[in-house]
Design a protein around this ligand. Sequence first.
Ligand code: NAP
Length: 255
Amino acid sequence: MKSVGNLENKHILITGGASGIGAATALLVASRGAKVVVSDQNRQQGEAIVEQICAKGGVATFIAADVSDSDSVIALFAQAKAAYGPVNVTINNAGIDHKPTPMHLVDDAVFHRNVAVNLAGVWYCMKQAIIQMLDNGGGHVINIASVAGLHSAPTIAAYSATKHGVMGLTKSAAVEYAKANIRVNAVCPSFIRTPMVENVLANVDERVRNAMIKANPMKRLGEVEEIAGALAWLCSDESSFMTGQSVVLDGGMLA
Ligand code: NAP
């Protein structure tokens, strides 16, 4: 009998896999036997994560892609298929945020860039993943949304709007493709200690920094391993009856 959490025979593609949540997840799922495509726009860091995986005996390859560019995503999925066969699980994780700012002062360009990466990027990746999964008899699409995709997020409205959009794509696609054996779920973290959040914390005053860190009943940031663990479970067949849902990992923030 296979051990709990075994991911052998899974080909898992992770966008934004060079940093933060994506990198921690790539390392964990590779350690459980998955063949991993680490994709990112940051080649140097992405290749470093692949080196770490291979040094521990795992199987991984790096493929550069910009998720905001449809052609780049098409090329990514074609190269991933050439490397390890059809993708079984895709984790649409690449994302950006923006400086906390009152909504009426946010540049339109910032709004459009958030939409291009966080929403259109997930859209392009979902389409390519679903094409391969339909051909292959099924699969699992996992979108990284946010608690900001489930409730209000004052001063990060543009980011929050894209994450609400990701929730809409997740739920609609889950119902649309359930009969095709394709599951679609989301993960919604609150503030997690990653370069994205460290960057925000470094650029706000102490009062805001403390409020962010203590924004949940546990009064701390989440750690990337706490998100990667849930993602590894989702990637496994142990989550087989779950679709159209979100796993909220927020230290109790939304309770
Ligand atoms: P991170 O450490 O900044 O990692 C994100 C990675 O995505 C980076 O390597 C980044 O490259 C890459 N990326 C950005 N734009 C891209 C593009 N157009 N194409 C390909 N790669 C791109 O961020 P993280 O905190 O781990 O966040 C991962 C996901 O979790 C994001 O979707 C984020 O919205 C979501 N999330 C994070 C938190 C949190 O508290 N950290 C909470 C809720 C949700 P560069 O470094 O070159 O930009």
